[in-house]
Design a protein around this ligand. Sequence first.
Ligand SMILES: *Cc1c(COP(=O)(O)O)cnc(C)c1O
Ligand SMILES: [Zn+2]
Length: 424
Amino acid sequence: MASRYRELFRRPFRRDAENNTRDACATLKDALHYGMFMTHLTCTACGLRHEWETLQNLCTACQKPLFPVYDLAAAGRVFTREALATREKSLWRYREVLPLPADAEPVSLGEGGTPLLRAARFGDRLGVSSLWVKDEAQNPTQSFKARGMAVAVSMAKHLGATKLAVPTAGNAGGALAAYAARAGLEAHIFMPRDTPRANIIECRELGAQVVLIDGLITDCGAEIERRKGAEGWFEMSTLKEPYRVEGKKTLGYELAEQLGWVLPDVILYPTGGGTGLIGMWKAFDEMEVLGWIGSARPRMFSVQASGCAPIVRAFEAGEKTAAEFPNAHTCASGLRVPKAVGDFLMLDILRASKGGAVTVDDEEMIRITREVGSTEGLFVAPEGAACFAALKSLLSTGQIAREESVVIFNTGSGIKYLDCYSAS
Ligand SMILES: *Cc1c(COP(=O)(O)O)cnc(C)c1O
Ligand SMILES: [Zn+2]
């Protein structure tokens, strides 16, 4: 378990705790005054420290993602598991481990606080007695992209950005459009021309400027890169700014809280840019430092589409980073990410957790959607459906045992993908 990743993010926390020369009262007073415990940003690859007070994208030295670091020793004195009991049911209940200063009002639509549902009927069919679905379709804009964007837009506004731009395969666009509108900021959204119609229409109706690109999400990113300087846009691309991952990490806090502070044996995560996977792992490490959970971790599995599986391919080849996946195609638009800036973090996590990576065909995602729908009452997104299909294949290869507890992330709603489903 001693991966570079864990080393990197544990050492600073521990060192802060040990070297804390100020007395507890002073720390507490500061904490209440600032109401937040983020101290700085650190580079996930080279460890270079960056100040959080200025708008930042990637590490200025090596162009890799930045992570917020918190003084968890101080946070832990006011932020306890018991304190959560009376708080609002949204991701802002974890305010002390989120980046926004206490005197700043979050840009919120009620994101997070989604149910963890027992999937007893689907589980029974497979002989899995402890199967759970975290139903992220119940977020604003019907996907878990709301978590990341709520926090990232709140921070971008706080730090003075006025024009936000994002490349998106679908749901990130809708979420940015919604939170930018609510914040009174401009949203510039770059989508592949063949993005599901619902996502395109949604962005326009939420007042965003939508640009359709003949290409993939990576081409959309390149277009923003070219124009952002002249246009004054702040780039909100996943893991290219430090705070979407903080919103998504609340998946990990919620899961632990909902399971009584005992993590499941296995997590199946439909993986595109990997922000949720990376965020949850960060949350687990933070919670261990807070003393909320022990050192046991779930085995983390990345589920990708067979038409776009850069992480699966790199995992199987034993690579540390993932090469761009050629001719990426899948109806699960959230998985259509041929190259991810956080590839090395994901691969570290999959290996450190003794998990794995599997692919699912589009046909199988579409087919299994009805099986999930008719047994569990959830019209899942194809990305979520892919995890149910992956569960079947991982049971058959013996990588998951029937008596293990398994959590599937249904990351979005099938309603946004009518084009995929109407054809079947
Ligand atoms: C974006 C998205 C994903 C992939 O999420 P990452 O955290 O970027 O890996 C999965 N499912 C849906 C529905 C999405 O919108
Ligand atoms: Zn760096």
